[in-house]
Design a protein around this ligand. Structure first.
Ligand SMILES: Nc1ncnc2c1ncn2[C@@H]1O[C@H](COP(=O)(O)OP(=O)(O)OP(=O)(O)O)[C@@H](O)[C@H]1O
Length: 304
């Protein structure tokens, strides 16, 4: 069976079994040049013209999608073994014998200011060192040092909230930052991009999927879990549009928090107001607040 030629290209694939078998006999993994010279010889092609093998990957409709020339170190037989076996005829994958296009042809015709290319890639490859990333996943080089440096830089600049994907890291500033809008209970534009994004997301997921949502607040003693929980409650009650500022069950619970804490809390090395004794389970019309405390003895679930 002779390989077909079209547009100075010769198809050589699994369908050309006789050609392939004869090549296979010569060596188990012949390099591309050997296959090319064999085909040139069999097809009596012009030996003065240089040819090369190209791997072509087509789609299910028989359209060619990708074509690339094989390097001298690649083995066509090995490549064929990697082709998916979903279609027995392998029509989507094939090799072409094509006239070699010398690099210098397009290189000479291609004129572009090298500085332009450098400037273009500079924007992606070299991030400014002093840049802060509100999401650690955006760090170009993510390791412990860059992570801590980014958190520190953000903290110094007054940004205490940083995302890691869907997780929010809150650094305790131990002083009040005017980033919570008291009129809207943290729904202001400053907060929307930081701390209020996750309760908002949870609230809207609850409405959309009609499924319970879970927010885990974790950290060591004095890291700000109670404060964060209070911000969360404020935010959720504001979102549910039932937590009025003057009345309502939610407002009563929120207001009772400091009074109850006065009886149950203790001073520790890390926190003047540590919630060591007082645990609670708060019921609001739309959500329940469970408190889990990771103490020395392990995970204790308080449900009372
Ligand atoms: N977002 C915040 N803004 C300002 N101050 C904060 C913030 N978060 C925490 N703090 C300060 O840190 C103190 C300790 O925080 P908090 O009581 O929430 O810690 P905790 O993690 O609940 O501690 P524990 O586990 O010991 O109960 C608070 O009393 C408050 O002064």
């Amino acid at each position: 069976m002779m390989p077909s030629t079209e547009n100075n290209r010769c198809t050589w694939g699994p369908c050309r079994l006789s050609t392939r078998r004869s090549l296979w006999r010569r060596a188990s993994r012949p390099p591309p040049e050997e296959i090319v010279s064999c085909i040139v010889e069999r097809l009596s092609l012009n030996e003065n013209t240089s040819y090369e093998l190209a791997e072509v990957i087509g789609d299910d409709f028989g359209q060619e999608c990708k074509e690339r020339s094989l390097s001298a170190s690649e083995s066509p037989v090995q490549l064929m073994m990697l082709w998916p076996k979903t279609r027995p005829d392998h029509t989507s994958y094939r090799f072409y014998l094509r006239e070699k296009v010398n690099d210098y042809v397009w290189r000479d015709q291609f004129v572009m200011d090298p500085q332009l290319i450098k400037d273009y890639f500079h924007r992606f490859l070299y991030q400014p060192k002093d840049r802060e990333y509100p999401d650690l996943c955006q760090l170009p080089d993510l390791n412990e040092q860059t992570l801590l440096e980014n958190l520190r830089a953000r903290f110094v600049a007054g940004h205490i909230y940083t995302y890691v994907g869907s997780i929010l890291i809150a650094l305790n500033p131990f002083k009040f930052y005017p980033i919570y809008n008291p009129k809207t209970d943290g729904l202001g534009p400053t907060c929307r991009r930081t701390s209020s994004l996750w309760p908002t997301t949870a609230y809207h997921c609850m409405l959309k999927d009609r499924k319970n949502q879970c927010i885990v607040i974790s950290g060591e003693s004095g890291s700000g879990k109670t404060e964060s929980t209070n911000f969360l409650l404020h935010h959720l009650t504001a979102l549910s549009q039932k937590g009025s500022h003057g009345s309502g069950v939610e407002q009563t619970i929120l207001s009772a928090g400091p009074v109850l804490e006065a009886f149950g809390n203790a001073k520790t090395a890390h926190n003047n107001n540590s919630r060591d004794f007082y645990q609670k389970r708060t019921h609001l019309p739309h959500f329940t607040l469970f408190e889990f405390e990771l103490k020395h003895s392990g995970l204790l679930i308080y449900d009372g």
